[in-house]
Design a protein around this ligand. Structure first.
Ligand code: GRF
Length: 189
């Protein structure tokens, strides 16, 4: 059994989708949900699925290896970033080298990097009059959004699209693809 930790900072729709998908799996289980804010959707999803949670702080995440130790003690094999907004410490990237996946709501390398998250991405795509957008699922290294791309899916845009309809189209792709790409990537290693 591969054990995953999901890290998130928000509503957790992707985390919920992963929880639902892997609930019946005999090969992959979610062992932990870590979050850097209280009272966010992802925490409620963890409670609903009876998954242990871990509140990340600067002290346990960035200034010490406490969280890393927690992952190791809990036999976590893979880390899945699902709307997680903090940069990962080098020690975590090194210990989980090629075992961290992120989902990004654009077609990287376009609209990636610092400050490019959530609605900022969709507004930038809108203002650039792009004819398509999409999702990128990629391995994570020490630089923002620069790890090897595992999968991309695109959606067409029209002049009628707004940042909010672009977001809806991209979210539909996330829900459609993220769990099975996570599964394929892990089982292929
Ligand atoms: C998603 O659009 C994801 O691609 C991005 O952050 C958003 C997270 O949404 N990295 P949610 O918390 O999964 O609802």
């Amino acid at each position: 059994m591969f054990r995953l930790a999901i890290l998130g900072s928000g509503s957790g729709s992707n985390a919920k989708n992963l929880l639902e998908y892997f609930a019946a799996s005999n090969e992959i289980e979610i062992g932990l949900i870590a979050h850097n804010k209280s009272n966010i959707g992802i925490v409620q999803h963890a409670l609903d699925f009876n998954i242990p949670t871990y509140l990340l702080t600067k002290e346990n995440f960035q200034l010490s290896d406490n969280f890393l130790q927690h992952l190791i003690e809990n036999k976590i094999d893979w880390i899945i970033l699902a709307g997680f907004l903090w940069k990962l410490p080098v020690s975590l990237c090194q210990r989980y080298s090629d075992k961290i996946l992120n989902i990004h709501p654009s077609l990287l390398p376009k609209y990636g990097g610092k400050g490019m998250y959530g609605h900022h991405v969709h507004e930038a795509v809108f203002h650039a009059h792009e004819k398509e957008s999409g999702i990128t699922i990629h391995l994570v290294n020490e630089e923002y959004d620069k790890g090897a791309i595992v999968f991309q899916a695109t959606t067409s845009l029209t002049p009628k699209d707004t940042p909010s309809t672009i977001e809806q189209k991209v979210r539909a792709l996330e829900i459609q693809h993220f769990p099975h790409i996570v599964e394929q990537t892990i089982l292929a290693k």
